[in-house]
Design a protein around this ligand. Sequence first.
Ligand code: KIV
Ligand code: ZN
Length: 391
Amino acid sequence: MNTTPEFVRIFDTTLRDGEQSPGCSMTPQQKVVMARALAELGVDIIETGFPASSQSDREATAQIVRELRDPTLAVLSRCLPGDIEASARALEGAAKPRIHVFLSTSPLHREHKLRMSKEQVIESIGTHVAMARSYVDDVEFSPEDGTRTEEDFLHEAVAVAIAAGATTINVPDTLGYTTPEEIRGLFERMIANIPGAKDVIFSAHCHNDLGLAVANSLAAMEGGARQIECTINGIGERAGNAALEELAMALKVRNAFYNIDTRLDTRRLVPTSQLLQRLIGMPVQRNKAVVGENAFAHESGIHQHGMLRNRNTYEIMNPSDVGWPDTKMVLGRHSGRAALEHRLRALGYTMEDEQLDQVFAQFKALCEEQRVVEDEDLERLIDGGVSGQGY
Ligand code: KIV
Ligand code: ZN
């Protein structure tokens, strides 16, 4: 029985789908560093690479296999004997090896990419999933471009993969084309109707071309998926993959709604995100959910005032639950007197109302010259550096 375990498996593909996108490549050493961080974060499966594609992926996988015993280690293979052999070799000695076999099933890919008939696709899936199973007990099959595949053919392809020994069926929304409503129904019908579906884990792999990757992954889960494929910071082909940190926090914050959680240590989310940003030299945007610099920062006077009374007024997560030291109260043009007073108190300055009014007026004037007022600016202002008066 596959759809009832009480947690969602997190399959992290930062080192494969993430790494293969422009500007995100990593050396084998960097991949090892990242794999350690992913293991510490508590992901269930790490996809370490695509061994048949490069020496660098083979090296990285071999090193990660030597070092990590706990998360399952997966590698990608096309439906080609050489790929599957390369994958099996790269995983030699792994405590929990998984071969991830994929083949396109959509009409567009069958006709223009593979130049294969439906019958040839079905035969290839059966042969290569069985071949992967001859090397390892844990085999994942992905019908690439699954969400743009005729539904009856998708069911047929998945049924063949299950019969050949696949233990996880991952349905990729390769082009980020589906919608939450659509993918929820797709998973419900696959699990209800495909022979053998109840004996395997269903998984969703959503791309972000329409900005729906996380919403679609959550909807697939509502439809019965119990593995989600995602990447740190949502890196990946084109607009990226579903962002792990967003999925993890949606499941945690809205647990009463989803009633299922991951096994992640969410306090490792920000350090892991920052590690990846440093390794590949790709910072996330300031307003990125959960891990962006502004995710727990407040500048407007109304919000700061509310936060000072009760943090739940403008925050739905505790920053420390995701690994930030604290909320940031940014002092700038939109900030009010309450936030300035709070900051000044934290710096050791207590003032009478009149004195505070004067500092506030000078603070506002300074905000016309610079976007953010830092502690040093306040110190200078208090010491008379700005006003020339001192306090
Ligand atoms: O997006 C995709 O279809 C993939 C598969 C290879 C799983 O990354
Ligand atoms: Zn992908």
